[in-house]
Design a binder for this molecule. Structure first.
Ligand SMILES: Cc1cc2nc3c(=O)[nH]c(=O)nc-3n(C[C@H](O)[C@H](O)[C@H](O)COP(=O)(O)OP(=O)(O)OC[C@H]3O[C@@H](n4cnc5c(N)ncnc54)[C@H](O)[C@@H]3O)c2cc1C
Length: 489
């Protein structure tokens, strides 16, 4: 096993992808994390939930999130490196995804503001009218400390999986804009300058087709606060992103795109995060493996480092291989997204193929990361459960990635839907034809098709086994595709 590539996210990316775009920028970014960011990230995680300062000294509502000044320096580092602006300059999401990978290796919580700021900018650019874009997009694309941050707020108190039933935020038309009232119950990057928000126009049906997507700035046109933060969540991990409960009370907002396609636009936002989340899961697994490999080389039992005992060595090799598969599947979802992120409804077949791969990737990689992180703790023995050793953190961080952006159940059921309604599995088998043998493809095709032919409730109840097999098959083919191509990027 090439253990040394685990110590550096950029070396691992190069190991998987060969030539990297903007390699100098990626290396500079990693160097900053090694020199300064690691310590800031550890302190932020240990410090726990940041403070919410709701009132200033004069008793006026200000709703500021209080982190140490070093935190803000770390946060801005990624924006300056290009987690948002490079997507627009390159007309590609790939370098942003690679920067997010590096971020997640050091601090998964910070990946969240970066990804949702990018999702906000993309939604605005795709669906905002020209005046709205001119007004707000340049602020999200700034390359200095004045950059604006975005956020994506959908979930309400009754639950995030069934948005069609549970979004109760109402939007009422008011001249050229809308006024939104309701509460968002899991609002990451609370305090953001701009958010994209799911709400229901007051005359829309109470189902998923009744949802629309709105752009909501932090400040009203008169300068006052446009939303307030009720409280911040005390979370087990991702502590470097403040996640709060946000109150909207006649908050000024603009409709993005058309009401008719509101739900599609909401899913575009979520699917971008899901693809990135898949790479993030691989980054966490890499970090957990790196910590455990370092430990295992120094810990002696029965006369030699535990790393050298055959049972342990075999497990390291297997987990390293699983990491490679998880990365390859996550990367495949990014590559496919890169082909379709400029599409609008009605989508092409390639978009449906991306959706299936994104569901497979989000499901499987976020399942793999906590398994590897748990094993990495075990390698440390009792020391693994202590806060003094970094490894317990990677287990906590991995647990969040399985839940946000839609749990594993959601990914499986949405993945099933895109196969049933759009035949996306046929597109997948065609796409993977170069990297799997005809026999292998015929075998998995039979497996999927016989499952899809089951009666509805049986089909749903047994979906996970089939979906896992399909995800692992796709991951194996994706690894092949990377190792067979001469210049992967
Ligand atoms: C740290 C953190 C930050 C977050 N930040 C944001 C944010 O910024 N914006 C945002 O909008 N949301 C955010 N979320 C919310 C997240 O998107 C939701 O947690 C997620 O969508 C699941 O919704 P829920 O937690 O309400 O679970 P529920 O929807 O209540 O589901 C509960 C359980 O039931 C399962 N379930 C639901 N339907 C089915 C079904 N048909 N079949 C089988 N099982 C089912 C779910 O998979 C889950 O296991 C955040 C969550 C976390 C943990």
């Amino acid at each position: 096993m090439e253990i040394d590539v685990l110590r550096s996210p950029v070396n691992f990316l190069q190991h998987m992808l060969g030539a990297l775009p903007h390699e100098d920028a990626l290396r500079d970014y990693e160097s900053w994390w090694e020199a300064e960011g690691r310590a800031i990230s550890d302190a932020t995680d240990r410090a726990g939930t940041p403070w919410l300062r709701m009132f200033d000294r004069a008793g006026r509502r200000v709703d500021e999130i209080l982190f140490a000044p070093e935190y803000w320096r770390a946060l801005r580092q990624g924006y300056k490196a290009g987690v948002v602006w490079r997507a627009f300059e390159d007309q590609s999401l790939e370098t942003c995804a690679l920067l997010d990978y590096i971020t997640c290796y050091y601090d998964p919580g910070l990946t969240c503001p970066y990804v949702i700021s990018l999702a906000t900018a993309v939604a605005l650019d795709q669906h905002g009218d020209p005046a709205l874009k001119d007004r707000f997009l340049p602020m999200l694309l700034r390359r200095d400390d004045t950059v604006w941050q975005g956020a994506t707020w959908m979930t309400e108190i009754k639950g995030g999986s069934d948005l069609g039933a549970n979004v109760e935020t109402i939007a009422r038309p008011a001249g050229d804009r809308w006024l939104l009232s309701g509460d968002k119950y899991f609002a990451s990057n609370a305090g953001a300058d701009l958010a994209v928000v799911a709400a229901r126009p007051d005359d829309a049906p109470h189902n998923v087709r009744g949802l629309a997507l709105f752009l909501l700035p932090k400040r009203r046109e008169d300068g006052g606060l446009n939303y307030t933060i009720r409280r911040l969540k005390d979370k087990i991990a991702t502590r470097s992103v403040p996640t709060g409960e946000v109150e909207l009370r006649d908050s000024e907002a603009w409709l993005l795109g058309s009401r008719e396609h509101g739900v599609h636009q909401i899913l575009e936002v979520l699917n971008l995060s899901r693809a990135t989340n898949s790479l993030g899961s691989a980054a966490i697994a890499q970090r957990a493996l790196a910590e455990s490999a370092d430990f295992a080389r120094g810990r002696i039992a029965f006369g030699k480092p535990i790393f050298e005992h055959p049972l342990m060595a075999k497990q390291f090799r297997e987990h390293f291989e699983t990491l490679r598969h998880a990365f390859a599947l996550g990367w495949e979802s990014i590559r496919r997204l890169d082909e379709v992120w400029r599409q609008k409804p009605p989508y092409s077949d390639r978009y449906h193929l991306f959706r299936l791969i994104a569901h497979l990737a989000k499901y499987w990689t976020s399942d793999v990361a906590p398994q590897i992180a748990r094993w990495a703790m075990e390698v440390h023995g009792a020391l693994g459960v202590l806060g003094e050793f970094p490894v317990e953190r990677w287990f906590r961080e991995a647990m969040v990635l399985t839940i946000w952006e839609g749990t594993c159940h959601r990914q499986i059921l949405d993945g099933m839907e895109v196969m049933e309604r759009k035949g996306a599995h046929h597109l997948l088998f065609e796409a993977l034809g170069d990297w799997a043998s005809p026999d292998e493809i015929a075998h998995i095709r039979r497996r999927v098709e016989s499952h899809l032919a089951l009666p509805q409730s049986e089909r749903e109840a047994g979906a996970e086994e089939m979906f896992r097999d399909l995800a692992m098959f796709t991951a194996r083919a994706a690894v092949q595709s990377l190792s067979l191509s001469e210049a992967p990027i």
